[in-house]
Design a protein around this ligand. Structure first.
Ligand code: BDP
Length: 700
């Protein structure tokens, strides 16, 4: 098992009763109506039937006689549903579905019913999942619907097949051979996404190349869009703000210039000609050197609205990123997005979503939630998570991100309502917003197992599940993924779950405990680099940890950068006192003396040491837990994970030793006795160079 099949690995059904039920259902399938999503369902039923029962499914020509399983939309099945039942399904919305048994003239039919063809596909995936995880029960009905409208993957893929931060090999989009050659992987990719309810993808890097907007590239994109349509997936592209200059021979990209506006309108019309349900543009502007409206003294709203106006007649949208910061602005990077976007509240068109990273710095191992969530009232805000583990050990380490995302989604923002959480802001229930979005930066590449590390699949899976329902628990999602990926054995379940649920805290401990952040190696972001200095200040580690002979941490209270004030009063007032700040964010908001007394009674210096050491120990436990599964998991996957856990332990030790040795040069105190004494020579660690680490950017 090389992991290619992901969680759609339909293994033979072992429980005889379930086998019997499923064989019956698969012996007479009837589709109401005809549409491309039904073809997608058929394909899935065929794969599943071969896997579960080792035989092909049978379709019946007649809806009653030989039929067991009905598949169709609410409208198509309306004559078999009472009015009340129809109303109940309808209330679930366009993407909602119902599955359960229907008795008609004394005979029972199992039915998969969606409000649209695509939600019928969602019902089918859910049905298959319940069989695969041994929970299917014909007599229990189930309804479901997504809480967030756009559930989206952001690929950071370049047109030459390299991937920005590509930790799972190269891009799966083979632009060179498209549109003529269609890699079968594209379908498996669409199946996997649809099985999670992911309904949008942006194909290209946010550091965009304008070429993707050329006619010949749009022809290639069209092939993918056509392929993904039956799976309910809309295609988006990244738009380079300076495209009018680069491709339109204009002298400006000023969003208020008429020629610029016509350029975009024509491009957009051309794209919709080829792809009538094109999603729209994802834009990174005026950030990290990307062009944007600021060059013309226009603000983000003017830039976004210009594109939004071109897209609006076709129903397209603009996703405008709030990940903006400039080293020319002498402000804590933490504050910059709020400073730019809060004054623009209410100025964005209705078809613009501002996409905000989960934290204000940049996908660090742990960040407090971004202060924009809850701060604006009349702007559509979307969440951007990073599935690819840029700062979390990349595709070398097992770090289950479900727990981290859950933590953020559950965080209380106290705005706009006193009870508001990040989840309630982004799913629109506490705000006025009509467009809702959760995006995840993809960890998918050309690796046979898609994500480089097998457990990277769990992060793709968890992202999809949380985008569908941000209230789901990370633990429950992990259980589900384990069942679908490793089967039913309870011993496997328990061990893997323990490993997964411990993994994020472990990584935070051995990388950046107690609110420390941005301590990684320069450029590739791999391994420790707390000593990184020189060049642009907010790309160094010293800027963030601020260690000196007196203490460590970034003062973001009023005496410091004041970033804490960007949060609701309930947070900013309380957390301005270090004693009332959650210790996991202590050094994020405070610069404290090495002997500062922690809740445990230890000094800050001791506690830092204890956390680093604990991280290493947990990483070791993860491996010993995994090793208990040697006989229970196939050898291919066992060895893959085992070897990588070996590397993870070494890296955890490397993080701990180098970080503690480095911080000790300021603290000038002994390490706590109870921890393993960091070995080695700081100079040795500093000399480590990784010129070929993935994700390296030669000019950064
Ligand atoms: C940072 C990455 C960089 C991305 C940037 C972004 O290091 O490669 O281009 O985010 O989100 O995390 O635009």
């Amino acid at each position: 098992n090389d992991g290619y099949k992901l969680w759609l690995d339909y293994q033979p059904i072992e429980r005889s009763e379930l086998h019997q039920t499923v064989s019956e259902l698969f012996s007479g399938i009837f589709f109401f109506g005809k549409n491309p999503s039904h073809e997608a369902i058929k394909k899935e039923l065929e794969l599943a039937s071969q896997g579960f029962l080792k035989q092909a499914p049978k379709y019946s020509a007649d809806r009653f006689q030989t039929t067991q399983l009905w598949i169709g939309t609410r409208q198509e099945l309306s004559q078999f549903l009472g009015l009340e039942h129809q109303a109940k399904i309808k209330a679930l919305g366009e993407e909602g579905y119902w599955r359960g048994s229907i008795i008609h003239e004394g005979k029972s039919y199992y039915a998969l019913i969606g409000n649209s063809p695509v939600s019928t596909l969602y019902a089918s995936f859910d049905f298959l999942k319940s069989i695969q995880s041994n929970t299917f029960d014909k007599d229990t009905e189930k309804t479901d619907y997504p809480k967030i409208k756009l559930r989206m993957l952001n690929h950071w893929d370049n047109l030459d097949r390299t991937v920005e931060r590509g930790y799972a090999g190269f891009s799966i989009w083979d632009w060179h051979r498209l549109p003529g050659y269609v890699d079968p992987r594209y379908i498996d990719y669409a199946r996997a996404n649809a099985s999670l309810g992911i309904n949008a993808v942006s194909l290209t890097n946010v550091n965009a190349n304008a070429w993707i907007l050329r006619e010949d590239f749009v022809e290639k994109v069209k092939v993918l869009a056509d392929l993904f349509r039956p799976y309910g997936i809309k295609v988006f592209l990244t738009a380079r703000f300076s495209a009018p200059i680069e491709m339109g021979n204009l002298e400006t990209a000023d969003p208020l210039d008429e020629q610029v506006r016509s350029f975009w309108k024509e491009r957009v019309d051309m794209i919709y000609e080829a792809i009538p349900d094109f999603g729209g543009f994802l834009v990174k502007a005026n950030s990290e050197g990307q062009p944007g409206p600021h060059e013309y003294n226009r603000d983000h709203a003017e830039g976004a609205n210009m594109l939004a106006d071109a897209l609006a007649p076709h129903g397209g949208i603009v996703i405008w990123r709030a990940f903006v910061y400039s080293h020319e602005i002498d402000e804590d990077r933490h504050k910059q997005a709020n400073l730019e976007f809060e004054p623009l509240d209410g100025k964005f068109r209705d078809n613009v979503i501002v996409q905000v990273k989960n934290g204000a710095i940049d996908f660090q191992p742990r960040e407090p939630f971004h202060p924009l969530f809850g701060a604006v009232k009349e702007t559509n805000l979307g969440m951007e998570f990073q599935i690819t583990q840029e700062y979390l050990g990349q595709a070398t380490q097992l770090v289950y991100l479900g727990t981290m995302w859950e933590e953020i989604l559950m965080d209380k923002t106290y705005r706009p309502k006193p009870s508001s959480t990040v989840a309630r802001v982004i799913d629109g229930s506490d705000t006025e917003q009509n467009l809702t979005l959760m995006a995840g930066v993809s960890n998918i590449g050309t690796d046979r197992n898609w994500t480089g590390h097998l457990f990277g699949q769990a992060n793709w899976y968890a992202f999809g599940q949380l985008a569908w329902d941000p209230d789901r628990s990370a633990a429950e999602i992990s259980e589900e993924w384990i069942k679908l990926t490793f089967g039913q054995k309870p011993e496997i379940q328990a061990k893997i779950k323990e490993i997964m649920l411990a993994s994020h805290e472990a990584a935070v401990n051995y990388m950046t405990p107690l609110g420390l952040h941005h301590l990684m190696g320069r450029s590739h972001h791999y391994g420790p680099g707390p000593w990184v200095e020189g060049g642009r200040a907010d790309w160094t580690s010293l800027y963030y940890h601020r260690a000196d002979s007196l203490g460590i941490g970034f003062d973001r209270t009023e005496t410091g950068s004041g970033a804490l004030n960007q949060y609701a009063n309930e947070i900013s007032k309380t957390w301005s006192d270090p004693k009332k700040t959650p210790e996991k964010f202590l050094l994020w908001f405070h610069h404290l003396p090495w002997d500062y007394q922690m809740q445990s009674g230890n000094t800050l210096w001791e506690e830092i040491g204890l956390h680093y050491d604990k991280g290493v120990k947990t990483a070791r436990e993860m491996r010993s837990n995994w090793r208990e599964l040697e006989k229970l998991v196939d050898s291919e996957r066992f060895s893959h994970v085992d070897q990588l856990l070996g590397v993870q332990i070494e890296e955890a030790e490397w993080w701990r030793n180098s970080s503690l040795l480095y911080f000790q040069t300021f603290a000038k105190r002994p390490f706590p006795d109870s921890i393993e004494q960091p070995e080695g020579d700081l100079e040795f660690y500093k000399q480590q160079r990784f010129p070929f680490a993935p994700g390296i950017r030669p000019n950064w």
